[in-house]
Design a protein around this ligand. Structure first.
Ligand code: 3PG
Length: 319
């Protein structure tokens, strides 16, 4: 997968922004960055699109800016010249797609039917926007389309919000979701950009679905670990599940048979999408110890943060 697409995949959400007032472009981009969303699509639905892309790419360098509603070659050129790193269109215009491929622009055309997908395949396109996602059949439609066209990947957009976001993102053919649900118009008009940041966080936390998985206790050795386990089971009747490394009590307390990570032990936090969670935490300034990564079939299932919190090592685990 291309570097930009990998980045979009790890962010998970592309806010679709239409700028009516150029003065709003920078504060809006900064509000998204503050909320942990480092990408946005600026639609060519207003005259301000080109200038907004230019301003944001220069003044908010952390932001990965794409252009949306790119309907013709002229707009594609303008968008790239202004600094857009990817182009998206609501439908598939073969002329525009061919032009972008020739120019090596990353173009994601829109599709809504199997015939559209076949057009995309003929043009060597392997990632499409599924638009308008909810109105065109939602996740069930994407799953149905994926059966015959198993190589195709999708960016659903249209009618997506915190309620249905994970229905889409949990399907492995979906790269990320686009939408305008974070861009509350009233907040933008009233310059309440902190509220936009809050909406970003709500969307991110809905997507990541953080929950405590278990608490880990470091015992000095196996005998001490067994004693601790006995105490727990005596009072709480937790089921005991022992392996070479540790004793699990009811999946929620892990007693490690030696001194392990963390002054007091560790807290494991589970998430819907570990790679997206890593990306988000890194964006927010957290660092991970790559020596602690555990993988199954090439996919990360667990990793520890470099720093402890309150004397506990923090482990992130895939649900
Ligand atoms: C788009 O162009 O991608 C849509 O307008 C975004 O759809 P939404 O407003 O329903 O999120």
């Amino acid at each position: 997968m291309n570097k930009i697409l990998k980045k979009l995949n790890s962010i998970g959400i592309i806010p679709v922004v239409t700028i009516d007032n150029i003065e709003k472009a920078i504060p809006l981009a900064e509000a998204l960055v503050e909320g942990g969303i480092h990408c946005m699509e600026i639609t060519f639905r207003t005259e301000q699109a080109e200038e907004a892309i230019k301003k944001i790419t220069t003044k908010v360098p952390k932001m990965l800016v794409g252009a949306g509603t790119v309907l013709n070659i002229e707009q594609a050129d303008k968008a790239i010249k202004a600094g857009a790193k990817f182009l998206i269109s609501p439908g598939l215009n073969p002329k525009v797609v061919k032009y972008c491929i020739e120019k090596d622009y990353l173009m994601i055309p829109g599709i809504a039917t199997p015939s559209d997908v076949e057009q995309a395949i003929n043009l060597n396109v392997s990632i499409v926007k599924f638009f308008p996602a909810e109105a065109a059949g939602g996740i069930n439609m994407i799953k149905s389309i994926s059966s015959p066209y198993s190589e195709m990947k999708f960016i659903p957009t249209g009618g997506i919000n915190n309620q249905n976001l994970n229905q889409y993102l949990s399907f492995n053919k979906v790269i990320c979701c686009g939408g305008s649900w974070i861009l509350n118009e009233e907040y933008i008009v009233k310059n309440q950009f902190d509220k936009i940041t809050k909406l970003c966080r709500e969307a991110i936390f809905t997507m990541l679905g953080f929950e405590i998985d278990h608490v880990g206790i470091n015992a000095e050795n196996e005998t001490v670990a067994k004693d601790i386990a006995k105490n727990f089971s005596q009072f709480f009747n937790f089921s005991i599940n022992e392996n070479e490394f540790s004793i699990f009590m009811d999946k929620s307390v892990e007693i490690i048979k030696n001194v392990y990570l963390g002054k007091h032990g560790h807290i494991a936090i589970k998430t819907n999408y570990i790679e997206r969670a890593i990306n988000y935490i890194e964006i927010m300034g957290g660092k991970f110890d790559i020596n602690t990564i555990k993988k199954v079939d090439g996919k990360i299932i667990s990793i520890f943060l470099e720093d402890e919190i309150g004397g506990f090592a923090i482990q992130l685990v895939q649900k």
